[in-house]
Design a binder for this molecule. Structure first.
Ligand code: A4P
Ligand code: MG
Length: 179
């Protein structure tokens, strides 16, 4: 039986080993600027693929980006599109577990990090809970999110904000290049 798990995102089906199931399409922002940042981002993509309840559908290329509201080395950033059976809160917990597997520490907000996974979009859901804000509140202001997102989803709409592409010009001065 199909169960829609988020407003506007289902039902749709993928085949697993037993039966079709409902899923949501979610976009994950990936960033790192400590240690081997490139390896950390690539490993995050592999872990998303292995994550129970998630299927990695598309990954953007990797980008080298200048720190925004942050310090330290340049970041490596990417965006992934996944299909997931997890609800948004469970997906956030899974993202935190992947961050922890990379020894993520949180000494202060926007501190340099081995790995940061942000839930950018979860179908067309708008979520404002104590632990989760979706769409990610700063995604329209950041080239390190918008450029890889538009690479894999050029016509995507951000719920409550409209087409993502309309925000690209506003971040054109932020340093970002594909690697
Ligand atoms: N949280 C709420 N909503 C979300 C969401 N949609 N996705 C909560 C992920 N987490 C969400 O996040 C703090 C808390 O936000 C979490 O406990 C979660 O419950 P965090 O990852 O611990 O802290 P943070 O990353 O330092 O803060 P934040 O607000 O996520 O920062 P941003 O906006 O992610 O910015 N510059 C470049 N070039 N590249 C980067 O990747 N990243 C940042 C971090 C700053 N500058 C950067 C980059
Ligand atoms: Mg974060």
């Amino acid at each position: 039986m199909h169960t829609a798990i988020s407003a506007g995102v289902g039902p749709a089906t993928l085949q697993d080993d037993k039966a079709p199931f409902a899923f949501a399409i979610a976009y994950i922002g990936i960033g790192a600027n400590l240690g081997d940042a490139r390896a950390n981002v690539l490993d995050a993509l592999e872990r998303l693929q292995r994550q129970p309840g998630c299927t990695l559908m598309t990954a953007s290329g990797l980008y080298r980006t200048a720190p925004i509201d942050s310090s330290g080395d340049d970041y490596i950033n990417a965006v992934a599109r996944i299909a997931t059976k997890l609800d948004a809160e469970a997906l956030l917990q899974a993202l935190h577990a992947i961050e922890q597997a990379h020894g993520r520490e949180r000494p202060y907000r926007n501190a340099p990090r081995t790995l940061d996974l942000d839930l950018l979009l979860y179908g067309d859901a708008i979520i404002n809970s104590t632990t989760l804000t979706v769409p990610h509140p700063r995604m329209t202001e950041r080239a390190f999110v918008l450029v890889p997102l538009l690479e894999i989803a050029p016509s995507i709409h951000i719920p409550g904000h409209g087409p993502a592409a309309q925000y690209a010009a506003g971040v054109a001065d932020q340093g970002i290049r594909p690697i």
